[in-house]
Ligand binder design. Structure first.
Ligand code: PLP
Length: 461
């Protein structure tokens, strides 16, 4: 523990007084204690009381190579000693930034050869949004300002990113959103909204909705479409059938920039560096990345852009400049961490490991569907979600205020397992290094926790 941190009670109290958490629920925070984590190794976390947990959430979809690696600590320390910071603006650079951008260009599909670095996923999305505006302006089609996204999408919480996002829970009264030029299509959640259609019919309807929206706005006014290959924070929503590929084809046919937000799906979570082309057969114009890019060791975001876009904005003779930049664009220490992270993924064959362990994880989790309150288990490789329902037949949800996902997560905690509750769901994205014993432990623990919660709910009413 940090020598000044004090007891667990001190940590909790100090936090309550001074630390405004992401997505803090103020009322809950007054009565619920936070869980102070003191250290971690691999997929394990240890709290300030010395209790150990398997972190099935992988931090926040991000601790891909696992925690506590000396090699990462050494690479970071070495870079700090050599050069902790230098100005990345206009006519200066540092060595790790250039090496990383070259490496990302080689890992990304198609002609995505140009990289803008920022500090996380939200900023990577924000940069994509602004890059597209600039691109449409530069090529003489500034009226292509409209952006299409989807309900249940999550793209971060900067102003543009949250406006592109479509999670109903993120539309909180009191905030403003860009709503005159950003449009949301239906969620592709087949389990929840399939309504008796086959998956193919559901996909057909979603594709028709996209076509109708482009026709309504006019293809000459639609500049971009943003999509996660698998929706993460919206509840690990798998794209139905050939839906993504068909949307991409419509984008190609209508000159609409396709942005694939791979902040979660990139860097091994689906057994590939990037999932867009390898898994879903689409070659986007822009990929956004963060999280697994450094495995959470340091903050970093990347917006990886095609030659097609870059060649337009960078065309000589226009006196143009890209008025987007952060002090920490291309931060040398973050870039050194990303380079070492990529080296470890390559050397240890972690993509191959995920291709082996991922299907086992999915298969074992699906055994939970015999439980009466488990409506569905979905996901791919190391992205997964367990859906809780009060009535399996009708798919009726538990009342939202019951927070059933949180009840199950709370029951997992004393059993040494961290899962992420999201209203009716438990979401998981363990580190790529997870092994079979850890998978078995996750599934067995979840089963016990769900049985306990179901029994408690039964006796309560
Ligand atoms: N895009 C996606 C798909 C994400 O899941 C997230 C975060 O969960 C973000 C963007 C935002 O990333 P960050 O929290 O690093 O800003």
């Amino acid at each position: 523990m940090h020598r000044d941190a004090g007891s667990t009670a001190d940590i909790v109290e100090r936090d309550r007084k001074h630390f405004i958490h992401p997505y803090q629920v103020f009322d809950t925070y007054l009565v619920d204690d936070v869980l102070p984590i003191e250290r971690g190794a691999g997929a394990r976390l240890v709290d300030s009381e010395g209790r150990s947990y398997i972190d099935a959430v992988g931090g926040m979809w991000c601790t891909n190579i696992g925690l506590g690696r000396d090699e990462m600590a050494n690479a970071i320390a070495e870079q700090v000693r050599q050069l902790a910071y230098s100005n990345p603006f206009t006519d200066m650079t540092n060595l790790p930034a250039g090496l990383l951008c070259e490496k990302l260009a080689s890992l990304a599909p198609g002609d995505l050869n140009h990289v803008f670095l920022s500090s996380g996923g939200s900023t990577a999305v924000d940069v994509a949004y602004r890059m597209i505006q600039f691109y449409q302006f530069a090529r003489g089609t500034p009226e292509k300002r409209h952006v299409i996204s989807r309900v249940d999408a999550y793209h971060g919480t900067t102003y543009a990113a949250v406006s592109i996002g479509g999670k109903p829970g993120d539309r909180v009264p009191g905030f403003n959103y860009i709503d005159d030029t950003i449009h949301h299509l239906s969620s592709p959640n087949f389990y929840r909204y399939g309504d008796g259609r086959t998956e193919q019919e559901f996909a057909d309807d979603l594709v028709a909705e996209f076509q109708a929206k482009v026709a309504e706005l006019g293809a000459d006014r639609v500049g971009a479409f943003f999509a996660e290959p698998i929706m993460g924070s919206g509840g690990v929503i798998m794209p139905p059938a050939d839906y993504l590929q068909r949307l991409w084809q419509i984008c190609c046919a209508n000159d609409i920039v396709y942005v694939s937000d791979e902040v979660v799906t990139g860097f091994g979570r689906l057994g590939e560096w990037f999932a867009s082309e390898s898994v879903f057969g689409i070659t986007p114009d822009i990929i956004t990345s963060a999280k697994g890019l450094t495995s959470g060791y340091l903050p970093l975001g990347a917006t990886i852009v095609s030659d097609k876009i870059y060649d337009v904005i960078a065309e000589p003779g226009h006196d143009r400049y890209f008025a987007v930049g952060y002090t920490y664009s291309g931060h040398p220490v973050s870039c050194a961490a990303a380079l070492k992270n990529i080296e470890i993924i390559e050397r240890e064959g972690l993509l191959d490991h995920v291709r082996q362990i991922g299907p086992y994880f999915q298969q074992q989790l699906r055994t939970l569907t015999d439980l009466p309150m488990v409506g569905e288990v979905r996901g791919s490789h190391l992205m997964a979600c367990v859906v809780f329902v009060e009535d399996k037949q009708t798919k009726r949800n538990y009342p939202e205020e019951l927070d059933v996902g949180k009840l199950v997560a709370n029951a997992c905690e004393p059993r040494g397992l961290i899962v992420r509750p999201m209203v009716h769901l438990n979401v998981m994205s363990p580190p790529l290094v997870i092994d079979r014993d850890e998978v078995d432990h996750i599934v067995a623990t979840l089963r016990d926790a769900i049985v306990e919660v179901r029994a408690a709910l039964g006796s309560a009413g």
